[in-house]
Ligand binder design. Structure first.
Ligand SMILES: [Zn+2]
Length: 340
């Protein structure tokens, strides 16, 4: 792991990254992609195929390159924009939004392993298992009573949980205070936490390659749709229709011909088949937003309230707190957290 906070170390990183066709990518910062968001670390990993596969990770200190120094980041941003370099991320939605809205960088030729995880279920998972995943986000009785409403709804995995589910063994996530990403100097614990995410993304990617989940260009097209969800604007904090643990509709299948209707929750234009009431879709919510409305009373927790339960991470298999800006914690909180 190399922290790059000087022009010299940044140049050395650019040199080391040059010529690599695959880069593992992750970002750390404050409420990335949301109003008030700010990028702190841009983390890139490359694998050297010398004697054995060796991962080399660079943590680019974006805050060290501001003002007149900012242009020094351009060679790194060029890698992110490049169609020739393949970027592997896990839940890159907020990272992509922050890069675009904060730095004008459009992430291209990317593969999001969270999308690959969902796509793998399409091949190998029964409908019953898929519905059962929703329990926790939704009450069991709601899933049992209204199965037809949830057939298109997929629950997302966090990185740690995806690794466990796919048989990648790795130590659990340590604790890091996500409020402190903008402080300097960063603690060794924070730097290791950031580097460890790159290592985990690499390990999960290797497993997906081994299992044959990553075999064609479809996933990069699906990823492009996934990363474009937040578009060219930052979304408000705690928007329950934007930050949640469900996979948005239409990402795997892509655009369909025919009429579309704007969902009243996520505000996306979706085909009529995405709505439970085809005769009046214009009044409605898509299946995913409808599930959010039905979620254990539909209440949204505040960030500070969510943060209080981070320490319970080890207690709950389903609980992945790696990304405070999305709502995996929130989802699981409602299932497991009641009574705290
Ligand atoms: Zn919707």
């Amino acid at each position: 792991m190399t922290l790059c906070a000087t022009p010299e170390s940044l140049r050395a990183a650019v040199q080391a990254l040059a010529g690599h066709t695959h880069v593992f990518l992750d970002c750390e910062g404050q409420t990335l992609g949301e109003v008030g968001g700010k990028l702190s670390l841009l983390n890139l990993g490359v694998v050297h195929q010398d004697h054995s596969s060796r991962l080399q990770t660079f943590l680019i200190d974006v805050l060290a390159f501001q003002g007149s120094m900012a242009q020094q980041l351009n060679p790194i941003f060029d890698i992110l924009r490049s169609e020739q370099v393949f970027k592997v991320v896990f839940d890159g939605r907020m990272d992509a939004s922050e890069l675009l809205n904060g730095h004008g960088v459009q992430l291209k030729n990317a593969l999001d392993l969270q999308v690959a995880d969902i796509a793998s279920r399409e091949q190998h998972e029964s409908v019953d298992r898929r519905l059962q995943r929703l329990v926790g986000f939704l009450p069991q009785y709601e899933v049992n009573r209204n199965r037809a409403l949830y057939l298109q709804v997929q629950r997302l995995n966090g990185l740690d949980y995806a690794m466990r589910e796919h048989g990648v063994h790795s130590a659990g996530k340590g604790y890091v205070d996500h409020d402190k990403w903008l402080q300097r100097p960063l603690s060794q614990a924070s730097l290791h936490y950031a580097a460890d995410d790159i290592r985990k993304i690499w390990l999960l990617y290797n497993k997906f390659v081994e299992k044959g989940y990553i075999s064609n260009g479809t996933l990069t097209q699906q990823t492009a749709r996934y990363l474009a969800l937040h578009g060219t604007t930052r979304h408000p904090r705690n928007d329950k229709y934007k930050s949640h643990g469900l996979f948005p509709l239409g990402i795997l299948s892509g655009p369909v011909s025919g009429a579309t209707v704007r969902c009243q929750g996520c505000r996306r234009d979706l085909p009529i088949s995405a709505f439970s009431c085809p005769s009046h879709p214009s009044n409605g919510f898509c299946f995913v937003c409808r599930a959010i409305n039905s979620k254990n009373g539909g209440t949204v927790t505040t960030t500070s309230f969510r943060r209080r339960i981070i320490d319970y991470d080890d207690l709950y298999n389903d609980f992945d707190n790696e990304d405070l800006y999305n709502d995996f914690d929130d989802d699981d909180y409602f299932h497991y957290g009641r009574g705290f």
